[in-house]
Each structure stands twice: as structure tokens, then as C-alpha cells.
Design a binder for this molecule. Sequence first.
Ligand code: ATP
Length: 279
Amino acid sequence: MIRIEKLQKLYGKVKAVDSIDLAVHPGELFAFLGPNGAGKTTTIRILTGLTRIGSGQARIGGHDIVESPREAKRQCGLVPQHINLDNELSVRENLEIHGRLFGMNTQARGQKIEELLSYVELLDRVDSLVKQLSGGLKRRLMIARALMHEPKVLFLDEPTVGLDPAIRRRIWSLIKRVQQDGTTIFLTTHYIEEAEFLAARVAFLDTGKIVALNTPQALMASLGEWAVDRMNGEGMETTYFATRDQASEYAASQDCGVTLRRVNLEDAFLHLTGKKVLS
Ligand code: ATP
């Protein structure tokens, strides 16, 4: 559904995207994970036609983004990082405008608005002004808006940033549902647990490059199943083990406080990049 070859984008001397190769399968939920400035937003902006490609190639649903930009763009729904709804308009009016931009007729728009607002559980707010909605409701409306023209791929750029844990989980359920209903999803996030929970495959992006790409399970399994955190003079040191027995034996042999826990995706990220992912 998405095929990227040697994609590159320079801003002056900064390689925002540095020769990325990637294929995302139809119906897959794929996540780009990386720290601030890794190149996540730039990649999404190029794929959705908002930023000009530097070099390389990208196809969405078989359409080259340079040779067939309109067709490629039609395949894409975008939920950008920052809320960009029209605050002074109602929920319905925000969706209306998007439908018109994509050439949907009055009947098609009306039906789709009803269907989507029911889907994202906002039907009772159809006539509310956007400025009256909470952050979580605005995020749900942005997802509905991106789905108005029935895109094949939904791009979500940090869709839960700034939301509390309960609302975040509600958005996660919605994202899963959209994927289960057949839409390919390309997600970027800072939140490791978001990628771990949602994505079939994850790419770790660092300074414009993909440094690892696999299923969350495979990335974690490359370290082992159990971890022991131990404070030494320089900070926290983590050691990984294949079995709980091995980890327990090691923990018991330490003369300082230790924590025994399961390996998580953050361990894999730290190990593969040597960086902290959270900003
Ligand atoms: P964040 O998590 O903070 O959103 P990101 O992974 O999405 O970061 P990008 O926003 O894609 O990263 O930025 C990648 C690099 O490109 C950064 O060094 C950034 O400063 C630079 N950059 C992005 N957009 C521009 C621009 N319009 N002009 C100049 N430099 C830019």
C-alpha cells in the first residue's frame, strides 16, 4: 500500500529524512517511533503531498506521489500532529468542508457525516462548535474528518499527544477499529507503549534513518524476555536474560536495590539506538 525507496529530504545541511526504504502492506498498522526531530513528520508530510520530496520515490496505493500526485493524495487521510480544526465552525461544518474539498455531493456528505460521527461516538455533538469540545473529542473529530473521503491509508501523526491515559486508550480502540475495518494505518508516535499496543510492525527512526524495523515482539525478543535494572554509580544499568530464573538468580546476587521486570519495547529502542525516546 505504501512503498518508499531511497526517500530523502534535506533542509539545508540537515538530513530530515535520510534514504529510507519501506513497504507497508494493505491493512497493516505500521508505526514510526523516534525522538523529536527524527524525521517522522517530514516523512508523513512528503507521503501526503504537503512537503516536496527531496529525492527517491514513493507510491501510495500504486500511485507515484510525483507522477500522479492527485491520485496518490486521494488514497490518504491525514490526522496532523497539531489540531487544525476550524474552532468557530460546528462539528458538522468541519466535516462538510472536507467532503466538499474532495468533491463529494450533498447526499454523500450527509450520509458519511452521520456514519462517521456515529463511528467516533460524536453524533450527539454534531451541532456543537469545535471550540466547545475537549481535546479528546477534537482528536476523534480529526480522525472522522480524515476518513470522510474513504482513504485507503490513514496517516496519524502523534494522534494522542497531550491526552490523559484514559482518553488515549479510547483513541487507541478507535484506531484499532479503523484498521480492522480495512484501512491501512501509518502512525508516528513518541509513546513506546502506543506503538507496542497498536502496531504490527515498528520502525525505529533516528536522525532521518531507520535503525531497526520488525514486529514489537521480535525487537523485544532480540534482547531476551526478562530485564534487571540496577543502579550503579553512573546511573541505571539494565541486563537482559532469556528466562525469569536466570534474571532472579542475577538479581539475588546483587548487593544493591534491583528491579526485575519483563523486557519492553523501550529496552529495544534504547539498545538499538543508545537513546531515550521520550521527550
Ligand atoms: P517531532 O517528534 O518533534 O515532531 P519529527 O520526528 O516529526 O519530530 P521532523 O519534524 O520531521 O521530526 O524534523 C526532522 C528534522 O528536520 C529536524 O531536524 C527539524 O528541525 C528539521 N525540519 C523539519 N521541518 C523543517 C523545515 N520546514 N525547515 C527546516 N528544517 C526543518
